[in-house]
Design a protein around this ligand. Structure first.
Ligand code: GDP
Length: 361
């Protein structure tokens, strides 16, 4: 069960609680819950930085009901002029590398720098296995108590693209609510990094000492994506191993071509538990931001990301129309059979369906 599912379950059971004590309280509770907040109220509340209203707006974003979706879109549209002034950081690493401990340490440090932090997550496992790698444990307890922190677990979804889209929209809402430092966490297992990459400015890869790439299950593409590599757990008797790992990664990075952003990826060591090296990582992130703002890569990348999501959405919308079309639905089954039996080739079969959809036949 994913974290969000758990929360929903918890929410349902808590509905019955007030009634057990006082039936009026139960009714009031339900009425309050059902109260239909207008789009303007949502927007006002978000811009004021009201975390409860922000949470409820994200719930609309995550909802599959079309009325919720259209409300969510109106809220996002109205919040758009208030978002964007931020730094968005993707954080990845294999399970156990220390992501939640690290984000808690970095988050608290960033808050001490008078900033507001939102932590979001993209957990592809919640859609694939219905279990959740990121969400199931109790995470970031300390950080969640900070009033300048907002933590939201990964939305559940049927596809990684769907989960990613919801997170992208959630980023915009968090920014409008004044959370100008956004962390998007994901597991270092492949595709989800690409999804996160399409919505963040910088990418930080967490590593552990004493394990090569193969052991850490990290794909080369992910190392290439990273702007900062941080060898975590550089404490106790692992300090020397962490330094070794840092040297190895530094050597490996030398072979990589210069990035379009002009960022020279750096390898640092840190200890999330002892909170050492955290300030350096933050300083480096700000330096990267300064550099890419100056060479205009920062804005260019954000614009490209907006276009990417525009086309993603068009693509998904068209697919939806296509597969929900009654004529297509009927004929698709027969055509699939014909293709499987080798009676039709896939391409002409697809053309037939597309032409049918476009009423050309
Ligand atoms: P995640 O699965 O990547 O989110 O990793 P967690 O943050 O849950 O940490 C996994 C384990 O590593 C936990 O037992 C942490 O206490 C431990 N851990 C995390 N950061 C450090 C660190 O800096 N030093 C040491 N020694 N252990 C750490």
């Amino acid at each position: 069960m994913s974290f969000s599912e758990k929360n929903i379950k918890k929410d349902k059971s808590s509905k019955s609680l007030p009634g057990a004590v006082n039936p009026n309280a139960a009714q009031q509770f339900l009425r309050k819950k059902k109260k239909n907040r207008s789009v303007e109220d949502f927007v006002k509340g978000i811009i004021k930085g009201d975390r409860m209203i922000l949470s409820q707006a994200i719930t609309l974003v995550e909802s599959t009901r079309s009325s919720d979706q259209s409300k969510a879109q109106q809220i996002i549209e109205a919040c758009l002029p208030h978002s964007g002034n931020s730094i968005r950081i993707g954080i990845t690493g294999i399970p156990g590398v220390g992501k939640s401990t690290f984000i808690e340490a970095l988050g608290k440090y960033v808050i001490s720098q008078k900033r507001k932090v939102a932590v979001l997550a993209i957990d592809p496992s919640s859609s694939v296995t219905k279990g959740s790698i990121l969400g199931d444990k109790t995470r970031m307890n300390d950080l969640s108590l900070e009033k300048n922190a907002f933590i939201r677990p990964s939305p559940a979804g049927t596809s990684l693209g769907g989960v990613a889209r919801k997170t992208r929209e959630t980023i915009l809402l968090c920014e409008a609510a004044g959370f100008e430092t956004i962390f998007v966490e994901t597991v270092g297992v492949g595709q989800s990094e690409t999804a996160v990459h399409s919505m963040v400015d910088f990418f930080l890869l967490l590593l552990v000492p004493g394990a090569g790439d193969e052991l850490q299950g990290i794909k080369r593409g992910i190392v290439e994506m990273a702007d900062i590599l941080a060898v975590n757990k550089a404490d106790g008797d692992q300090i020397a191993a962490a330094k070794n790992a840092r040297r190895e990664y530094r050597n490996a990075l030398h072979l990589m071509p210069l990035k379009e952003s002009e960022i020279q990826p750096k390898v640092l060591t840190c200890s999330a538990i002892e909170q050492t090296g955290i300030d350096e990582i933050w300083k480096l992130l700000l330096e990267n931001q300064k550099l890419t703002k100056k060479n205009h890569f920062f804005d260019k990348k954000r614009k490209e990301q907006s276009l990417f999501w525009l086309h993603e959405q068009i693509g998904n919308g068209l697919k939806d129309f296509f597969y929900k079309n009654e004529k297509v639905k009927k004929r698709l089954e027969e055509i699939e059979k014909e293709v499987l039996e080798g009676k039709r080739n896939s391409f002409s079969a697809a053309d037939e369906l597309l032409n049918m959809f476009l009423d050309k036949k």
